[in-house]
Write a protein that binds this ligand. Structure first.
Ligand code: FAD
Length: 371
């Protein structure tokens, strides 16, 4: 063990760091400016085994949660846009397929999802149902042996390029179930891409279903319970995304503080700038420790719902502070698109929303103490 990490975990971190340095960082700005999904880079991440690393052997690598978040931090350090698409593929987009898909359909689809050849999305959110998924209106009706879905989804990550969708729909008054819908299915239309403030290279759009044939994944009514199975991991993973982008912001701020001269000395020699950097480093290290702590609890099969919520809450809010401090250190250049800091500041806000807003997390954490 080194710094609490095993040799295998150190190797995972090194491999993803090398990938980020070599292939991701050089393309990060173009991905943002082009508002484009980089399919080639996405499949290159697929070649590392990232999309299946959390699933058991032989289909996956059987990696632990801590190894996974080490990889996620490196991807997010490279580009939060790319990391957002990749984590969607490796967790929410593939979880229900891996758990429930059987026979020829599994054989045909799962290896393509794990290689990144087939992009996978998850459709939970609706125009009128965000934090409150129990109010969703998309309904599933049984037709013979199969099901047909009707409703409107929104904020579907990767929808413009996805081949398969996991869709949550209502099968009863208080019952949600999980379905597989494939692109090209009758009645499925992918709507306009949402023009976002950040993570612009992780494409997001609306999706309409009108009597669309769908395959039920798992038991009828198991939707919310199934979702709760991966909620903690989604939150720990989102915390790692936040740590990755915060680290990139701190590194840029330190570099700038050494180079930029004002009043006859590098600005890093002014105490005001040192205070920013000290606060940023402290936030970053604390956020990473919380994410690793929550990941280890998952690996040790200890209670982790509150811990994952706290890790995600702290890491995303800390990362926002770090990116904001970085923008202050760079001042006008932190406001210019010639530098990456303004992108970090736009991108990082995503980590406060995906996987549960800060307000919802705080409500959950408080409820954990009061019940
Ligand atoms: C970049 C991006 C990608 C996304 N990708 C996907 C995806 O792939 N699939 C998908 O299904 N969804 C996706 N989402 C949607 C995301 O999950 C939702 O945005 C999130 O659940 C919050 O819902 P909302 O935005 O509708 O906010 P709302 O739920 O409307 O919340 C609005 C405000 O009210 C607060 N609030 C709501 N309820 C409470 C309460 N009970 N107590 C206290 N405060 C409350 C919230 O915290 C927030 O401040 C994505 C979102 C973003 C930004």
């Amino acid at each position: 063990m080194s710094g609490g990490l095993s040799p295998e975990q150190i190797e995972v971190r090194r491999a993803f760091h090398d990938l980020a340095v070599r292939a991701i960082r050089p393309r990060a700005r173009a991905i943002d400016e082009g508002k484009s999904f980089d399919g080639e880079l996405f499949r290159e991440v697929g070649k590392t085994g990232f999309f299946s690393m959390r699933y058991p052997e032989p289909e996956g690598a059987g990696a632990d949660v801590l190894s996974y978040v080490l990889a996620v931090e490196e991807l997010a350090w490279g580009s939060l846009s790319l990391a957002a698409s990749c984590t969607m593929q490796s967790l929410m987009g593939s979880f229900f397929l891996h758990r429930h898909l059987e026979g020829a359909r599994r054989t045909a689809l799962l290896p393509r999802v794990f290689s990144g050849e087939a992009v996978a999305g998850i459709c939970m959110t609706e125009p009128g149902a965000g934090s409150d998924l129990s109010s969703m209106k998309t309904r599933a009706e049984q037709h013979g042996d199969g099901w047909k879905l009707t409703g409107n989804k929104t904020w579907v990550t990767s929808a413009p390029v996805a081949e398969v969708f996991t869709v949550l729909a209502r099968t009863g008054a208080k019952e949600l179930s999980v379905f597989l819908v494939e692109r090209g299915a009758p009645g499925l239309s992918v709507g306009r891409a949402i023009d976002k403030m950040g993570v612009k290279g992780s494409l997001t759009s609306e999706l309409a279903l009108d009597g669309t044939p769908a395959l039920m994944l798992g038991a009828a009514g198991s939707g919310m319970a199934s979702l709760r199975e991966i909620l903690a991991e989604i939150r720990v993973m989102t915390g790692a995304l936040a740590v990755g982008v915060a680290r990139a912001a701190l590194e840029d701020a330190v570099r700038y503080a050494k180079e930029r001269v004002q009043f006859g000395k590098p600005i890093g020699e002014h105490q005001a700038i040192q205070l920013h950097l000290a606060q940023m480093r402290t936030d970053l290290e604390a956020a990473r420790q919380m994410v690793h702590w929550a990941a280890r609890r998952s690996d040790e099969k200890l209670a982790n719902a509150d811990e994952a919520a706290m890790a995600k809450l702290f890491a995303s809010e800390a990362a926002l502070r770090v990116c904001d401090h970085a923008a202050r250190v760079l001042a006008s250049y932190g406001y210019a698109t010639d530098y990456d800091v303004e992108r970090y500041l736009r991108d990082v806000r995503f980590t406060l929303i995906g996987g549960g807003t800060s307000e919802i997390l705080m409500t959950n954490i408080a409820r954990g103490m009061l019940t």
